[in-house]
Structure formats: structure tokens, C-alpha cells
Design a binder for this molecule. Structure first.
Ligand code: UD1
Length: 438
């Protein structure tokens, strides 16, 4: 029953009356990409875990439900998620839930660490490319696990996990986190080279250390782990969500608004900030906030997604929408995932001039978008289409917002707080009522 609180059916939509300048303050929640592996890592201790600054998003619910199905317990109180993992006895992940969420893959490393065994169906999540997990499995094998794939299910087991020297073939956030978890209670020392440096990798390492692990170097490309025998419970606050923050920063830019984005770590947002300044926004940094304002038509730029500290792939659709309204021709290159321009056709229906060739989008800025009915193809592209709707003339309806609810806490509420006219609706009558008012 708790599930219903955050879930969104396929029928749910956002309806937006655009052309409102966003103004005011917005508070950023804890990072989705941190909290999901933290929930997975909680199963590695047999005590109590308190995760503070926990965002109330659908993916968090699904991960917590997975812990519940394994035999653990959890409850939410304000923005704290408390998990009891002492009674977990199973290492077989429920197929229906793992199929819903990509981050369920982190349970494999966590369960392997605690039980020396894990069994899971193929993880689900956003369809933004093929998303292989060969580097995760290579890491598990290097630590001494036997890994088999049968009928799509992953089965990993080990009589004993031991430290190893692992060189990642490519920079992978997921593989770095998963191997870090699996190595935390392995016998001896592990080194991960060519590790991902994302803030959430650092957050997971800090969290594991707060449970008694011994991990050094997270945030650089070499992570060293000394295996420990056991881990204990912890109380830990999740790092602010740099992608949620960046989304509001681009929403401010695209609507020529003036928004103070609070509860952020400005250092994590440098790639985003640099691009906003380059296209003509005013960006002011404070200790834990960033103000973005735009008063005139923005200019063009080129951008290529890269691992941190490069420009994030999770911010690619948001900048593309903003550039589609800017003066001149911009080129957006996606170098991480191969299927991340599915929003281009939707945006074109709102009047954007965007042509996709392979992993590149060529965007000729237009003066304005006009409202249309569009579908969210995945989480970040969905958020970007909402930004397009906020900037567009007339009414926009964004369908399939179940993707957006996976990763943005109270998206419509926070936008209304900035003066946007947006509602979450689930029937034609409410849409008609909104259109009459708009
Ligand atoms: C994580 C984020 C996601 C973000 C992405 C890149 C979470 C829950 N999700 O996804 O929001 O878009 O980082 O910043 O944190 N690859 C392989 N083999 C592997 C692993 C990855 O070939 O074993 C490739 C992928 O196909 C991709 C690239 O490496 O091209 C980076 O993927 P990765 O960093 O692993 O992304 P995720 O962890 O899935």
C-alpha cells in the first residue's frame, strides 16, 4: 500500500500552460543516483540504516520494496528512510521489481558481498541504449565469484571473495559502484583502475565507510579497498541531486527566468554552469545555492556528453531543449548512450528544428515553441519536454510521466512554487478544465 503513495500510472500526465517566466527559489532533494545504491548497500549490514535527505521518488520505493521482499523491513519518516536488514536471508531478487528498475543491478554486488551469492533477472530501467553489464561481471569474477547467465538471469556465487586488481575497460558508474560494494567485505586488498569519478561514486564510498568499510580514492580514477569482516548500521545523509538541480537551472534559462536553486554543491554543477554562462545566462554561485537568470534570447553552443567532470549525459536533453530556442546552430553529441535522442521527434512537434544523425543532434534555434501533446520517452527526456512546455506558447500535455516520477520529487509542485502553471492530471475531464482556465 505504501507503493501507491509515489506511484504514477501510465495514464498520468502533466498539463502545462507555457510562456511563464520561472522565478523564485527551489530546494533540491537527495540524489536519485546515490540513494539507489545506498539502499542496495544497506543489505550488506545486519543492523539498522537511516538514510536522510532521501528523495520521495518512485525508484526509491521500488528499491526499498526489493529490500522488503528479501526479508528486510523499512519505513519512511519525513525525508528519512530507515531500513532493517538483519533478517534478510534470501539473495534471490524478485523478478517483477528488478525488471522495473535499472539500479536493482546494485543489489547483486551488495548481496554477493554479504551472502557470497546473488541471483537476479536482467535489470530494467530507461531504454536509452543497450546498457551492458559486462564490466560489473568482470569485476565480480576478478574477486573470485563464479558468474553464470541462464535464461537471462544472472547468478553469482563464491566460496570466498578475495581482493583483486581490476582495470575497467570503460568508465562505468554502475560497475565502479557494484565492484566497490562486492570488494568491501572481500579478503585482502582491491584496486579499481579507470574508476568513475561521479559525486555519487564518492557518496557510496562514504556511505560504505560509515558502515565500517575501508575505501580510499573515490572521486579519483583509482579506488583502493581493504576488505573488512563485517559492516554495521549507519546514519547518513544523501548528497544533493546535481541532475535535478541542473534541470531547474535549464528550466530557468529556457523560460528567461530568475531562479535560486538551493541545497546544491556548486562544484558538482560546474559543467552545467559553464554551458549556461557560455550561452548568455547570468550564474551566481553561493556556498550551497546557485542563481540562474536570463533576460535576453540565449546563444548557441556545442556540447558533448562525457563522464564526470565532463558534461553529464543525464543533462543532455535539458540543454538540447534550451538550445532549440537559442539564436544560431548548436551541435549536441551524445557519447555515453546510443539511444538518447528519442525526444527529438516530440520536440519537433512543438516547433523545434532538430535533426539527429547517429550520436549527434544538429539544432537550429527557433524563436518559439508551440504547445502540443507529447510523450516522455524516458526520465530525463521527459523532464526536458516539461521544460519545453514551460517555455512554449499555449498548452502542452506530457504523457507517460511515470518515467519522470521515477526520478523527480514533486516536480510539478516545485515548478508551481516557481510560478509555473502545471498540473498532474489523470483524466480527460481535468485536462478540459485546465484548458478552459488557461
Ligand atoms: C549511471 C546512471 C545514469 C547515467 C549514467 C552515466 C545510475 C542509477 N544511473 O548509469 O543515470 O546516465 O550512469 O552517467 O547511477 N557500459 C558497458 N559495460 C558495463 C557498464 C557500462 O559497456 O558493464 C557502458 C554503457 O553502455 C555506457 C557507458 O558504459 O555506454 C557508461 O555507463 P554507466 O556509467 O555504467 O551507466 P549506468 O551506471 O548504467
Amino acid at each position: 500500500m505504501r507503493y501507491i503513495v509515489f506511484s504514477g500510472g501510465k495514464m498520468e500526465r502533466y498539463i502545462i500552460a507555457g510562456k511563464k517566466r520561472l522565478e523564485g527559489k527551489v530546494k533540491i532533494s537527495g540524489a536519485k543516483n546515490s540513494v539507489l545504491p545506498l539502499i542496495a548497500a544497506s543489505v550488506m549490514n545486519n543492523g539498522v540504516t537511516h538514510i536522510h535527505n532521501c528523495p520521495k521518488i518512485r525508484d526509491v520505493l521500488v528499491m526499498a520494496e526489493i529490500v522488503g521482499r528479501l526479508g528486510g523491513k523499512f519505513f519512511f519518516s519525513g525525508d528519512t528512510l530507515t531500513l532493517f536488514t538483519e533478517n534478510i536471508r534470501s539473495w534471490i531478487l524478485p523478478e517483477d521489481l528488478t525488471g522495473e528498475i535499472r539500479a536493482s543491478v546494485f543489489m547483486t554486488g551488495a548481496l554477493l558481498s554479504r551472502f557470497k551469492a546473488a541471483e537476479t533477472a536482467k535489470p530494467g530501467g530507461c531504454n536509452i541504449g543497450s546498457r551492458p553489464i559486462d564490466q560489473h561481471l568482470k569485476g565480480f569474477r576478478a574477486l573470485g565469484a563464479e558468474v553464470n547467465i541462464r535464461h537471462g538471469a544472472i547468478m553469482a556465487s563464491a566460496s570466498d571473495l578475495h581482493g583483486s586488481h581490476i582495470f575497467m575497460d570503460m568508465v562505468s558508474v554502475g560497475a565502479t559502484i557494484n565492484v566497490m560494494m562486492a570488494a568491501s567485505m572481500a579478503r585482502g586488498n582491491t584496486t579499481i583502475e579507470n574508476a568513475a569519478k561521479e559525486p555519487h561514486v564518492v557518496d557510496v564510498a562514504n556511505f560504505l565507510n560509515s558502515m565500517g568499510a575501508n575505501i580510499k580514492g573515490a572521486g579519483t580514477d583509482v579506488i583502493r579497498i581493504k576488505g573488512v569482516d563485517t559492516l554495521h548500521g549507519t546514519s547518513y545523509a544523501v548528497v544533493p541531486d546535481m541532475i535535478e538541480a541542473g534541470t531547474y537551472m535549464f528550466a530557468a534559462a529556457a523560460t528567461k527566468g530568475d531562479v535560486l536553486v538551493k541545497n546544491v554543491i556548486p562544484k558538482h554543477l560546474e559543467a552545467t554552469t559553464a554551458k549556461l554562462e557560455e550561452i548568455g545566462c547570468d550564474v551566481e554561485e553561493f556556498d550551497d545555492a546557485i542563481r540562474v537568470s536570463a533576460s535576453r534570447r540565449l546563444g548557441r553552443t556545442h556540447v558533448k556528453t562525457q563522464p564526470y567532470p565532463g558534461y553529464p549525459t543525464d543533462m543532455q536533453p535539458q540543454i538540447a531543449v534550451t538550445l532549440a530556442l537559442a539564436n544560431g546552430t548548436s551541435i549536441v553529441t551524445e557519447s555515453i548512450f546510443e539511444n538518447r535522442f528519442k525526444y527529438a521527434d516530440e520536440l519537433a512537434r512543438m516547433g523545434a528544428c532538430i535533426k539527429v544523425e547517429g550520436n549527434t543532434a544538429i539544432i537550429d534555434g527557433v524563436e518559439k515553441f508551440t504547445g502540443a501533446e507529447v510523450s516522455a520517452p524516458d526520465l530525463r527526456a521527459g523532464a526536458a519536454l516539461v521544460i519545453a512546455g514551460l517555455a512554449a506558447e499555449g498548452v502542452t500535455v506530457v504523457d507517460d510521466i511515470v518515467y519522470i516520477l521515477r526520478g523527480y520529487e514533486d516536480f510539478d509542485g516545485k515548478l508551481r512554487g516557481l510560478g509555473a502553471e502545471i498540473e498532474r492530471v489523470n483524466n480527460a475531464k481535468d485536462i478540459r478544465k485546465f484548458r478552459l482556465r488557461a
